[in-house]
Design a protein around this ligand. Structure first.
Ligand SMILES: *[C@@H]1O[C@H](CO)[C@@H](O)[C@H](O)[C@H]1NC(C)=O
Ligand SMILES: *[C@@H]1O[C@H](CO)[C@@H](O)[C@H](O)[C@H]1NC(C)=O
Ligand SMILES: *[C@@H]1O[C@H](CO)[C@@H](O)[C@H](O)[C@H]1NC(C)=O
Length: 258
């Protein structure tokens, strides 16, 4: 039902001229995925480690390790899909930090692209959960969908910078963010309607991939597809989507579900 509401909103906005960015967000029950028993038990143990940060992955506790993991995994997917590596953008990271600290598992409504994840065992696994959505993406059609919006934002060719933060929320204040809440912002934002074919590229054969070393734990596209749709480690929260309309660039539709 909510899907239709989104489609309607988008159609309305398409015909308008807008000078400021407008973003709305709504829960999308249709994109809630089932987590495997492994990921459930992982998230449970993550959520229950309240004050003892010693139990958290170093990718969560150490700023440098966090940044390195985000960039390494993100840029591995980008290399595989023929997009240049993203650089860290501190102003995006600062923005993400303010939002993650609120522990609300929903779209912030800001001007950049945004991906959310919560309850994953480490930063790498959070990004891998987004990247794994590519098994459901139709590269020939090149359309936005609730199920693949994180992936398309991740590898969007004209995006150049990323900044992320994380907060051990452990379901604080009923905000719906289990375990550690990861927020990533992308600039310039991807998921621009009408530009999917150019910006979300098919997998490049390993021998032709250009870029740095691959992150451990990121499969090649073919392996990911063979691994099955439930292959992503700990898809603990998926279920929010945001719609954004950008300034003068046409319509931006941001996949912003956790
Ligand atoms: C990568 O993308 C560029 C621009 O679309 C294209 O010209 C090039 O052939 C692509 N490379 C591979 C290996 O697919
Ligand atoms: C970093 O992100 C901000 C948006 O928060 C943007 O204005 C700025 O141009 C970005 N920096 C780079 C180097 O792209
Ligand atoms: C992150 O978590 C996954 C899933 O538990 C695990 O396989 C992987 O080794 C971890 N990666 C790091 C760098 O800790």
């Amino acid at each position: 039902m909510k899907l239709y509401a989104h489609a309607y909103l988008l159609t309305t906005l398409l015909s308008s001229t807008l000078f400021t960015a407008i973003c709305t967000a709504a829960q999308s029950p249709t994109s809630t995925s089932t987590s495997t028993s492994t990921s459930t038990s992982t998230s449970t143990s993550t959520s229950t480690s309240t004050s003892d940060s010693g139990q958290l992955s170093v990718e969560y506790t150490d700023d440098k390790a966090f940044q390195a993991a985000i960039l390494s995994v993100t840029n591995t997917y980008r290399k595989q899909h023929n997009a240049t590596a993203l650089k860290w953008n501190q102003s995006l990271a600062d923005y993400a930090e303010k939002w993650s600290e609120g522990c609300k598992f929903e779209h912030s409504g800001g001007p950049s692209g945004e991906n959310l994840a919560s309850g994953h065992p480490n930063a790498s696994a959070s990004v891998i959960a987004w990247g794994h959505e590519r098994v459901d993406y139709d590269f020939d059609k090149g359309e936005f969908s609730l199920e693949t919006g994180h992936f398309t934002a991740l590898v969007w060719a004209t995006t150049t910078t990323v900044g992320c933060s994380r907060t051990p929320c452990n379901d604080r204040d009923g905000g719906g963010a289990p375990g550690v809440y990861v927020v990533c912002e992308y600039f310039p934002p991807g998921n621009v309607l009408g530009q999917f074919i150019d910006n979300v590229r098919k997998a490049v054969p390993v021998a032709q991939q250009v870029g740095g070393a691959s992150a451990q734990g990121v499969p090649e596209f073919d392996e990911d597809v063979k691994g099955g749709k439930e292959g992503a480690a700990g898809r603990v929260r998926v279920g929010w989507v945001g719609v954004c309309v950008g300034v003068g660039v046409g319509v931006v539709l941001q996949g912003v579900f956790g």
